[in-house]
Ligand binder design. Structure first.
Ligand code: 13P
Length: 395
C-alpha cells in the first residue's frame, strides 16, 4: 500500500472524527515499532522527523529508511518534517521525500510568523506538499523533563488563527491550548472552549503538539473538537529507555545487540495504545479508497551534444546535478551516457520530482532557467523531453 497525500489523510480524519498519530522517530527501532503497530491495528500513520532531533541522527540517512519502510508498509503512510525551522529546512525535507512539512515560526510576532510561513507555503504548494503552521506557543522539548524548560504557554486565539490561516494558506494548524512538549509533572489543563472556537472559525484539520501525558478523556475532547493529528514522542522514548534499562538490569555486562533487544516491541506497544485510543484503528482501507496515492514524476531528457568535448559534458552534468537537485521538489538527479555507442541519443538526465505540479515550478525556477539557458541548451542539439508519472502507486 502506498505513501499517500497527507492532506487527503487529515481531511478523512477530520470528516470522520478521529486522529492520526504523528510519531517522531530517531532510529530504525522507532520506524520498525511504529509501522508494526500501524499494521497490526490497520491504521494510517504519520512518521515525523523533528528538526530539534537532528543532533541524534543523520536526516538524509534516516529519511532513506523512512521512505523505504513506508513503501513496504501495508497501511497508508505520510512522512512529515516536524518543527521545520526555516525555508531551507522545508526544501531539504521535501527533496528528501517528506510528503508534508511543518513550519514553526510560532515564537515570532504574528506578522513575522505570517510572512515566514507564507513563503514556505508558496514553495511547498508548488511542490504539491501540504503545510502545517503553528500559532501560539507550546513550551518544552520533546523527550525531556518539562521542568527543565520552563516557558509560558502562549494560547492561540480564534481571531488570530483565522487571520493567520487566511493570510498564509496553511493546510493544517497546530494550536496552543495548554499542552507542553516533554515529560510533565501532573497533567496539563486544556482550554477546550478555546479549541472549540478555533475549530468553528477555521474548519480545517487541527494539530496538537505535546501529546505525552494527556488523559484518555482529554484526548477524546481534543478529537471531538477538530484535532486530527496528535504529535507524540516522549512516551515512546521513555518506553525505549525502560527497555534498555531492563536489559541492563537482567543481563549486566552485555553487548550492544543484547542491550537494544526489545526496543522496537516496547515502542510498538505504546504506539498501539495511542492508535486504539485516538480512533484510527481499522481506518486504513476506508481511508486508502479516498486518498490520492503518492505519484512522483520522472522528467526524462535524452540528448546529444554539440561543441562540447567529453570533459565539457562531464562538467556541465556535474554542475547540473549540484544546481538542479537543490530546486524545491527535486528528489534526485541522474545523469548518464548511453551504453550502446550507436544509440540515437548519447546522454540523459532523469530528474525526479515529488509531484506533477513541480513540472511547472521547476521550469520557471530561476536556477533552472539559468542553467538551461547558459549551460545546457546552447550545447544540447537534438533532444527529447518527456515527463513520466510513477505507476507504482507509491510502492
Ligand atoms: P511529546 O514529546 O510531549 O509527546 O510531544 C511530541 C511533539 O509534540 C512533537 O512535535
Amino acid at each position: 500500500m502506498p505513501l499517500v497525500h497527507m492532506g487527503d489523510m487529515l481531511r478523512h480524519a477530520y470528516e470522520n472524527r478521529y486522529a492520526i498519530a504523528a510519531f517522531d522517530v530517531v532510529s530504525l527501532d522507532f520506524i520498525n515499532g511504529i509501522i508494526a503497530a500501524a499494521e497490526k491495528k490497520q491504521a494510517p500513520i504519520i512518521i515525523s522527523l523533528a528538526e530539534s532531533h537532528f543532533e541524534y541522527f543523520d536526516f538524509e540517512l534516516l529519511m532513506s529508511a523512512v521512505v523505504q519502510a513506508s513503501r513496504r508498509a501495508s497501511v497508508p503512510v505520510a512522512i512529515h518534517l516536524d518543527h521545520g525551522e526555516s525555508l531551507e529546512s522545508a526544501v531539504t525535507g521535501i527533496n528528501l521525500g517528506c510528503t508534508g512539512v511543518m513550519v514553526d515560526a510560532s515564537s515570532q510576532p504574528l506578522e513575522d510568523n505570517i510572512q515566514d510561513t507564507k513563503a514556505i507555503v508558496d514553495m511547498a504548494h508548488a511542490c504539491g506538499i501540504p503545510v502545517e503552521g503553528e500559532l501560539g506557543y507550546v513550551p518544552g522539548v520533546e523527550g525531556e523533563d518539562a521542568e527543565r524548560h520552563p516557558g509560558e504557554v502562549v494560547y492561540t486565539t480564534a481571531a488570530d488563527a483565522k487571520t493567520y490561516v487566511d493570510a498564509t494558506g496553511v493546510d493544517f494548524l497546530a494550536v496552543s491550548i495548554g499542552t507542553v512538549h516533554g515529560r510533565m509533572k501532573g497533567q496539563p489543563k486544556l482550554d477546550i472552549e478555546r479549541l472549540k472556537e478555533i475549530n468553528q472559525a477555521l474548519q480545517i484539520p487541527l494539530v496538537i503538539h505535546g501529546g505525552t501525558g494527556l488523559s484518555d478523556e482529554q484526548f477524546r475532547q481534543l478529537i471531538d473538537n477538530g484535532v486530527t493529528k496528535i504529535n507524540y514522542y516522549t512516551a515512546l522514548a521513555d518506553a525505549a529507555g525502560r527497555s534498555i534499562h531492563n536489559n541492563v538490569e537482567t543481563l549486566g555486562e552485555a553487548g550492544y545487540t543484547s542491550m537494544v533487544k526489545g526496543i522496537a516491541e516496547a515502542i510498538q506497544n505504546e504506539a498501539e495504545s495511542c492508535i486504539e485510543l485516538w480512533g484510527s484503528a481499522d481506518k486504513s482501507k476506508e481511508l486508502l479508497a479516498k486518498c490520492e496515492p503518492w505519484k512522483p514524476v520522472a522528467h526524462v531528457i535524452v540528448f546529444n551534444t554539440e561543441g562540447l568535448d567529453t570533459e565539457g559534458v562531464e562538467e556541465m552534468m556535474e554542475e547540473g546535478r549540484r544546481v538542479l537537485s537543490k530546486i524545491p521538489g527535486v528528489l534526485d538527479v541522474f545523469t548518464g551516457h548511453a551504453v550502446q555507442k550507436d544509440a540515437d541519443f548519447q546522454h540523459s538526465w532523469v530528474v525526479r520530482f515529488t509531484d506533477r505540479s513541480v513540472i511547472d515550478s521547476y521550469k520557471h525556477h530561476p536556477d533552472h532557467q539559468r542553467f538551461a539557458d547558459e549551460r545546457f541548451r546552447p550545447y544540447a542539439g537534438g533532444r527529447i523531453t518527456i515527463d513520466y508519472e510513477d505507476s507504482s502507486l507509491g510502492k
